[in-house]
Ligand binder design. Structure first.
Ligand SMILES: Cc1ncc(COP(=O)(O)O)c(C=O)c1O
Length: 482
């Protein structure tokens, strides 16, 4: 469906053209004024299109929300949902709006983004985690499968399931089967599609969760489709839940959303509506060419196709040449002026989007080709291979929310057995918490974290001197009284 109108963008531009004299917020009064440095870089346009929600004009129908609703309706048509919302605090807030109204058990894969964890802090529900499996050869997190979910739901009434699809690395699970399984059991299914906003624009990309009947998805339009950073969209098929989402948005969202951000989302939607398939098709061609060229460089390995459902995430490794992904990222930044999206022990992820050109792809390929030659020259040896065996999930003693807001103290990691964690401890990368607030330190968890430290693996959340946050007064929750 194409729709070449962008009602919100057009209304805001028309409002600006009227030159209304603003005796209202924002304080810059739609002019750069004394902020010459900002204007020198951004120009005056950003100021001109940045009135607050006080705008009162026919073009904006005397309430910007009316025109916003028109724009959101067009987005719903384009992305194939019943209802859509424009978001000004990223996919993070979309996940918060979806999770805040839950009151029952919510199934959360352990490798979920921190926005899912914080969403569960806003919820009155309880978390049930799905442990994360890793691909043994590439050490990247794998999406859960139907059998794993079956075990998790067997003994509990589950209200909702939050699935991340695709993963950061472009891996997808059997989304049709997982959504079908949830639906058959009456479980709400929300999909974190932060990295999959472009899926609906090519038949060569994985199927979007909306098409498979998800109740709602949240997509970071800014990550893969070109809107301004922090702008996302929530698309929903479930009208009952959408009403709750809007209530949550009314509580959590600023009362002064940036009209520029909303207008740009609308204009991006218009462009995608007209040219989205061509733009995403060209991106795929570039990404495939990038993969082909990188794959032909001796010593460079590409993430294999069965793990790489979305080729726009160009994941490669120089482990045969003795370089970790983290080292490759650093070298690219310092010596070639290239910044990639992500790196881990083996892998580097270079993201290709509609903003790329053959020129940018060539720059990356020639840098990697040069680096590979240099490594061959010094006769480097392949990287040592590791296993990644995360310890069993620890028992949950207090809810995320209770633990997060309870007074904490710090003790040595080595003496934390039986204590309740006050924070997340997350070996990074890959960024999957080994322990979360409210969970008990078990011998397995402590042993694993000490092993990570021995391997010089960065553990987010660990305090200097290998100290960890625990709940000060754990008797309230009590398994163990100190
Ligand atoms: C899987 C995943 N979900 C959610 C988010 C949050 O998205 P946003 O930055 O749009 O708030 C991210 C951000 O990196 C992410 O990687």
């Amino acid at each position: 469906m194409t729709n070449s109108r962008a009602p919100f963008w057009e209304a805001l531009v028309a409002y600006h053209a009227k030159g209304v004299v603003p005796f209202h917020t924002p304080g810059h009064k739609l002019r750069s004024g004394p902020f010459a440095n900002v204007e020198a870089v951004l120009g005056s346009g950003f100021y001109a299109l940045d009135p607050s929600d006080e705008v009162e004009n026919l073009e904006l129908k005397h309430d910007f929300r009316v025109v916003l609703a028109e724009a959101e309706k067009l987005a719903a048509e384009l992305f194939g949902s019943r209802m859509s919302l424009f978001l000004v605090n990223g996919t993070t807030c979309g996940l918060h709006y979806l999770l805040m109204p839950t009151t029952g058990t919510v199934l959360v894969p352990r490798f979920s983004h921190q926005a899912v964890y914080s969403g569960m802090m806003l919820s009155m529900g309880q978390v049930r985690y799905l442990p994360t499996a890793y691909d043994p050869d590439w050490l990247i997190p794998l999406p859960p499968d139907v059998a794993q979910v079956e075990v998790a739901v067997a003994d509990t009434d589950v209200e909702a399931f939050v699935l991340t699809n695709p993963t950061y690395y472009g891996t997808v699970g059997d989304i049709e089967a997982l959504i079908g399984q949830a639906k058959a059991r009456g479980i709400l299914i929300f999909v974190d599609e932060a990295h999959g906003g472009h899926f609906g624009f090519s038949d060569k990309l994985p199927v979007s969760a909306l098409e498979c009947g998800a109740d709602a998805v949240v997509q970071s339009t800014h990550k893969t489709l070109g809107s301004f950073t922090q702008t996302s969209m929530l698309h929903a098929n479930n009208a009952f839940w959408f009403e709750k989402v809007v209530q949550a948005q009314n509580v959590l969202q600023t009362t002064s959303p940036s009209l520029v951000f909303l207008a740009v989302l609308d204009e991006v939607r218009r462009v995608l509506s007209v040219q989205g398939r061509d733009l995403v098709g060209q991106t795929l061609d570039l990404a495939m060419e990038c993969r082909r060229q990188l794959g032909s460089i001796p010593g460079v390995e590409l993430l294999p196709n069965h793990l790489q459902a979305d080729p726009t995430k160009v994941v490669f490794s120089l482990r045969k040449l003795g370089l970790t992904g983290i080292e490759v990222e650093r070298i690219l930044r310092l010596e070639y002026n290239i910044q990639v999206e992500l790196s881990d022990y083996y892998n580097v992820l270079a993201l290709a989007t509609i903003g790329d050109t053959m020129g940018s792809i060539k720059t990356l390929v020639s840098a990697i080709s040069d680096l590979a030659k240099r490594r061959k020259h010094v006769g480097s040896r392949p990287l040592e291979r590791h296993r990644l065996d995360f310890p069993p999930l620890p028992p949950i003693v207090a809810s995320l929310r209770e633990a997060f807001f309870t007074e904490k103290t710090a003790i040595d990691l080595e003496s934390a057995q039986g204590e309740i964690s006050g924070g997340f401890l997350t070996p990074y990368p890959p960024g999957v918490p080994v322990i979360a607030p409210g969970e008990e330190f078990t011998p397995d968890i402590i042993e694993h974290l000490l092993w990570c430290l021995k391997m010089n693996w960065h553990v987010r959340g660990l305090m200097p001197g290998q100290r960890v946050a625990i709940l000060k007064d754990n008797c309230r929750f009590c398994r163990k009284t100190r």
